[in-house]
Design a protein around this ligand. Structure first.
Ligand code: RTP
Ligand code: MG
Length: 141
């Protein structure tokens, strides 16, 4: 296993529920380290560019509307196998299908308002981290 970095976003629903700290505690308890973090309110252009791979999908408009509906916390998690480790902590996209004890099972309310984003591959992680952070904003351990 290698030490990896992955991009995480605590989405507007979870920020509104006041569970930023609880979600961050799950990352830390799982051995992932927060090495970059900021709170931002995305606009249509920034959110649409982030989810560009889904541009032609029927849910794209709703996804961008949701992601711009309130502030989010954008963060870089670092650790052994961080990309898959975070996807395991998050649970399935649809909270109804998410395993018990995952972030989405515990905090998400719908497939749209699903609490967190996590990069799904090394290539996505590299693109997504660079989309939000400059090298001088990442404090790798
Ligand atoms: P994310 O990118 O946000 O971490 O979520 P994910 O990998 O688990 O899911 P993905 O397929 O990348 O979809 C991105 C977001 O789009 C919304 N979605 N809605 N209505 C639908 O069928 C549908 N499918 C996806 C979800 O909010 C998902 O997080
Ligand atoms: Mg995805």
């Amino acid at each position: 296993m290698a030490v990896e970095k992955t991009l995480s976003i605590i989405k507007p629903d979870a920020v509104a529920k006041n569970v930023i700290g609880e979600i961050n505690a799950r990352f830390e308890k799982a051995g992932l380290t927060l090495v970059a973090m900021k709170m931002v309110h995305l606009d249509d252009e920034k959110a649409g560019g982030f989810y560009a791979e889904h541009k032609e999908r029927p849910f794209f408009k709703d996804l961008v509307a949701f992601m711009t509906s309130g502030p989010v916390v954008v963060q870089v998690l670092e650790g052994e196998n961080a990309i898959l480790a975070n996807r395991d902590l998050m649970g399935a996209t649809n909270p109804k299908e998410a395993a018990a004890g995952t972030i989405r099972a515990d905090f998400a309310s719908s497939i749209d308002a699903n609490a967190v984003h996590g990069s799904d591959s090394p290539a996505s992680a590299e693109r997504e981290i660079a989309y939000f952070f400059g090298a001088d904003e990442i404090h790798s351990r």
